[in-house]
Write a protein that binds this ligand. Structure first.
Ligand code: PMP
Length: 451
């Protein structure tokens, strides 16, 4: 028998068949697919999205992070429309992109120089290359479970079985999925997040070959793994000592955990930073930056004839700094810097995530709700969660069912994957959050059975 969400989404069901005839799974990106079919959204407005069956959903998925001012913020829309009338792409630099980058430099403690990209994937790929160029070393180190984009070097030790990952204190490096040459795994070192002793041992062992550590300040790519006290300070000191570039992957946290991103919030300054998502307010803005000395690896030495082709770290891209996206990003950053956005979304984040813990407890569901500011996740377990392997204790199936029941009730708590997370946005109100908690409670009751 059809589950409640299916009963409401018959147009999407039919459209899914059509979509599958042109694209695998009928979606534009793997993570948008879920069983038996996804619903297709046609309109967005403020705190809501609307699917093709005219269902309204109160949105906490928020495009996986970018929608920080609500959907279609009037001033962002206006900046986009004005830019569309003024210019399109030229492959000559445009002031609007430079102004966006000025704002990034002004707001971000670690960024003295910056370059733009179109996705988090491009940003981390280039940041890694620049760090390799700067240090003259080949390997990178990353925490297991961390998602840093869809390129081959980032898709190492992202999702893998315990068997493949091996010992927790010295994990193997394994590719996520097929199509990645085995040789890539040899250039990546994995370490366990939040375990100082193991992290230190591994980084010291590989220090001579390791160009960079790339790490999320809070591991939202495993739900919401908070750093233990002192972990980032320890990594900052250790990477300094070992001559390893510390890259904070702030694709998820950048401009979302505060005007100075997570680095301002935690008071730790990495050597390089990647950002995307919230920086563009819903448009394709991303970038990477850091110390001038490191970023200048991109500049080819002019006078050395022999090095004309092969002497600096390349960065380029036809769409980098697209004027329409840059205009959206600039307006978004101005609003983030000048208004009470963080007070609002963090306040509602506290209300939402502490409220979710309370309703889960009331129903008697084993749940561990974690959040930082406006971002968090519900783990379906009563276990403490500090690492990727801890996060396996959560009940994936129960989470997906809870998500489906909530979606059928008109609320999107992220997407139906335990390793994702969800957000509050500037247009959310206390009333909307309280309504979401009622829907969540009802959904918890519906999944309160054996799994
Ligand atoms: N790094 C992190 C921490 C991310 O969360 C993501 C995307 N979820 C990426 C990189 C890749 O960004 P994109 O999807 O824009 O390529």
């Amino acid at each position: 028998h059809a589950r409640p969400l299916e009963e409401r989404t018959q147009k999407s069901r039919a459209f899914h068949e059509r979509a599958e005839s042109v694209t695998p799974l009928g979606v534009e990106s793997n993570v948008r697919s879920f069983d038996p079919y996804p619903f297709y959204v046609e309109e967005t407005d403020g705190s809501y999205v609307y699917d093709m069956d005219d269902n309204e959903y109160l949105d906490f998925l928020l495009a996986l992070g970018p929608i920080i001012l609500g959907h279609g913020h009037p001033e962002v829309k206006d900046a986009v429309k004005r830019q569309v009338d003024k210019s399109d792409l030229t492959a000559t630099p445009q002031p609007v992109a430079i102004q966006f980058m000025e704002k990034v430099v002004e707001m971000t403690p670690s960024i003295e120089r910056v370059r733009m990209a179109n996705s988090g994937t491009e940003a981390t790929m280039h940041a890694i290359r620049v760090a390799r160029s700067y240090t003259g070393k080949d390997k990178i180190a990353k925490p297991e479970g961390g998602y840093a984009g869809a390129h081959d070097y980032a898709l190492q030790s992202v999702y893998a079985s315990e068997e493949a990952l091996g010992p927790a204190d010295e994990p193997n490096t394994v590719s996520y999925g097929t199509g990645i040459p085995d040789a890539v795994s040899d250039t990546v070192v994995a370490f366990p997040f939040n375990d100082k002793e193991a992290t230190e041992k591994i980084l010291r062992k590989h220090a001579d070959d390791t160009a960079a550590v790339i790490i999320e300040p809070v591991m939202f790519s495993c739900g919401c793994l908070k750093p233990r006290d002192g972990y980032h300070e320890f990594l900052r000191e250790l990477t300094d000592e070992l001559g390893i570039v510390l890259i904070w992957d702030e694709v998820m946290t950048g401009f979302r955990l505060g005007p100075q991103s997570a680095q301002g919030r935690f008071g730790v300054t990495p050597d390089m930073t990647t950002f995307a998502k919230a920086a563009g307010g819903g448009y394709q803005v991303a970038g990477f930056g850091g110390k001038t000395e490191i970023m200048e690896e991109i500049i080819p030495p002019k006078k050395k004839e022999e090095s004309k082709w092969n002497s600096s770290a390349f960065h380029g891209g036809t769409y980098n700094g697209h004027p329409v996206a840059a205009a959206a990003g600039l307006k978004t950053l101005e609003i983030l810097d000048e208004r009470d956005v963080y007070e609002h979304i963090d306040g509602l984040g506290d209300r939402l995530f502490t409220g979710l813990q309370e309703v889960a407890d009331d129903v008697g569901i084993d749940a561990n709700v974690q959040h930082v500011g406006s971002m968090g996740q519900v783990y379906m377990t009563d276990a403490d969660i500090h690492s990727y392997r801890d996060s396996w204790k959560a009940n994936e199936e129960q989470f997906a069912d809870w998500w489906l029941e909530s979606a059928a009730g008109g609320v999107l708590f992220g997407n139906p994957m335990q390793g994702e997370r969800f957000f509050t946005t500037y247009t959310h109100t206390e009333e909307q959050v309280d309504h979401a908690l009622e829907v969540a409670e009802d959904a918890f009751r519906r999944v309160d059975h054996e799994y």
